[in-house]
Design a protein around this ligand. Structure first.
Ligand SMILES: Cc1ncc(COP(=O)(O)O)c(C=O)c1O
Ligand SMILES: N[C@@H](CCCC[NH3+])C(=O)O
Length: 425
């Protein structure tokens, strides 16, 4: 079986052949590796523990949006990982997977009153407030419940970064966070309310960030703001540094390592005596998963273009269509012969249902299996049933054992969610 994990150039293999899984559950299917999730969390934990002096007893809160499969979350929860959540559904998933409320951070620009109330009932560790208007609503919700939740103010440091313009979150025009110049006054306002307890600041400037500079700039902004708030007599004991560190989709070997990244954070926070938190999503999960797909047909056109038509479509893996994202694709069993240039497409009736153009691959035939690498983050979670295609199964592998951790619904199950309007008879 192909190795999943390319982080740090290290290879971690599970021992169940992908062919076996494809035969058992059908294709397309997402396959996740326990060993890789464990290794990535372990590397992060080790880096953070090395810098306890600067980072305190730091929380690593997996960004559930990256992969919300309950068994993936349970795998991480068992290792001690927390959860960064952005909806009631994600809080519920994290709790169901065994993450205690005390390890759950609730972020997001549009939390409803009902979701805020739910977060208070779940006694989450921290609510990251993203605007003045949200603070007012939270104060009202908390007052009605006689609560005083611990909150952080998410600061927008006007440093946007990321692998694509559509995934930056810290830019001046992005909807996320409180503009840096407004944040101190908002913090002071929160401190004056008996219904919330401001404990710190948060930031998250974007995703698939491949250099440390923008992250360092954002962390420095939080440091300066902490010192300014303290000078004004306000207590700041936590800094939530968000997620965003990129992974090597292209096999790059020059990306910052987890140790580089955490070491940089420790240097910036040194001497502040705060407890740090990190919210990695992609970093923990992307290279812990592949999307398995079978070739439906090879359409070699007379104009010279060869379309490899796969049974996976953009509804199963949206990233290429949404962000022109690159996913390495490998033939699960390589046939001998000359490498060809294939346009990898799915069966969806959309012109953007193209995974790659002129990708060089060994000879492939109908029925062959391919694996999309780096599909463990923002893969299954972004899938839809477009073109009435059932969501694909998800499988978790652990050494030589495997389990279906999300099943493919039957068509009847799909229809059962659409009761006929009673007037239609
Ligand atoms: C608030 C917050 N934290 C963490 C993450 C995780 O980001 P990534 O998967 O890039 O680590 C995101 C997503 O971008 C986010 O919005
Ligand atoms: N969904 C995006 C990342 C966005 C992260 C959430 N803010 C991706 O697949 O790259």
């Amino acid at each position: 079986m192909h190795h999943f994990d390319r982080i740090d150039g290290a290879l971690h293999a599970e021992t169940v052949p992908l062919e076996t899984l494809a035969g058992a559950v059908g294709t397309p299917a997402y396959v996740y590796s326990t060993a890789t999730l464990t290794r990535h969390y372990g590397l992060f934990r080790e880096a953070v523990d090395t810098h306890r002096g600067s980072l305190g007893d730091a929380l690593i809160a997996f960004a559930v949006k990256a992969n919300s499969n309950l068994s993936v979350l349970a795998t991480l929860a068992r290792l001690g990982c927390g959860a960064d959540t952005v909806s009631e559904g994600e809080i519920r998933r994290a709790l169901k997977a065994g993450v205690s409320g005390q390890r759950i951070v609730f972020s997001g620009v549009g939390k409803t009153d009902a979701e805020l109330a739910f977060a208070l009932e779940a006694r989450v560790r921290q609510i990251n407030v993203e605007s003045a208007v949200e603070l007012d609503r939270l104060i009202a919700v908390a007052a009605a419940k006689g609560a005083a939740p611990e909150i952080a103010i998410r600061v927008n440091p006007k440093i946007g970064a990321g692998g694509h313009a559509r995934i930056t979150t810290g830019g001046a025009t992005d909807k996320f966070g409180v503009p840096a110049e407004e944040a101190p006054a908002l913090y002071a306002r929160a401190a004056a309310s008996p219904h919330v307890t401001p404990v710190g600041l948060a930031c998250h400037i974007g995703s698939q960030i491949t250099t440390l500079e923008p992250l360092e700039g954002a962390f420095r902004a939080l440091r300066e703001m902490t010192l300014a708030l303290r000078a004004g007599g306000l207590a700041v004991s936590r800094l939530d540094l968000g997620g965003g560190l990129g992974v090597p989709y292209h096999g790059q070997t020059d990306l910052p390592s987890i140790a580089d990244y955490v070491g940089m954070a420790a240097r910036v926070l040194d001497g502040l005596e705060v407890e740090a938190a990190f919210e990695p999503g992609r970093l923990l999960a992307a290279n812990a998963g592949v999307l398995l797909s079978r070739v439906i047909q090879v359409n070699a056109r007379s104009d010279g273009r060869t379309f490899l038509v796969l049974d996976a479509g953009m509804n199963d893996l949206m990233r290429p269509a949404l962000y022109d994202a690159f996913h390495d694709v490998v033939a699960v069993r390589e046939r001998p012969g000359e490498v060809g240039a294939y346009d990898l497409v799915g069966p969806i009736c959309e012109s953007t249902d193209v995974f790659a153009r002129e990708r060089r691959l060994p000879p492939l035939e109908a029925g062959d299996l391919v694996a999309f690498m780096g599909a463990g983050a923002y893969g299954a979670v972004l899938a839809s049933e477009y073109n009435s295609r059932p969501l694909v199964p998800e499988v978790l592998v652990d050494g030589d054992r495997w389990a279906v951790v999300r099943s493919r619904p039957s068509y009847d199950e799909m229809w059962s969610r659409e009761p006929k309007a009673d007037w239609l008879g």
